[in-house]
Design a protein. Structure first.
Length: 157
């Protein structure tokens, strides 16, 4: 029985194509919650130390900046509101790092019965050149994965 669904989103309308399927699954008896996931890069920045007694070479202090993380959280909150308006319990998680790797790690921890995600539907050289996050995740997680094709996909080989 599917009780908990994980949904990776990257901020694109294409990725959001998975949400209609998730909303349908949420109507099934026993369904508990959706966890929306987004993965962003860890951004390293610097801040200037305003102390004139500090030597010039030591005046830049490393500081992790969370702008990308905040943007991802705001985006997921917006998407969550849409699902919550349909009566669906939603949690959000922002992960830092490589999208395929971080999603696979998260999916391997208890908390999801199914992962639902959209795919660009690339094939041939385009897929080889750009890689496929969906393909990497599909091959590295142990829970079932539902891959939703991009709207307008022709399905050609």
């Amino acid at each position: 029985m599917i009780k908990k669904v994980l949904v990776p989103l990257d901020g694109s309308k294409l990725a959001e194509a998975a949400l209609d399927y998730v909303a349908e699954l949420a109507t099934k008896p026993g369904f508990e919650k959706v966890t929306l996931l987004s993965v962003t890069e860890r951004v390293q920045g610097y801040r200037l130390i305003e102390d004139p007694t500090t030597p010039t070479e030591d005046r830049l202090a490393p500081e992790a900046t969370g702008k990308m993380e905040r943007q991802a959280q705001n985006y997921l909150k917006k998407v969550a509101k849409g699902l919550q308006a349909k009566g669906i319990k939603v949690e959000i998680e922002v992960l830092l790092g490589d999208p395929a790797r971080e999603i696979a790690i998260y999916a391997s921890t208890p908390g999801g019965d199914l992962l639902v995600m959209a795919s660009h539907g690339r094939s041939g050289p385009s897929r080889w050149a750009h890689g496929s996050v969906a393909d990497k995740i599909l091959r590295s997680v142990c829970i079932p994965v539902m891959v939703v094709r991009a709207p307008g996909c022709t399905g050609t080989l």
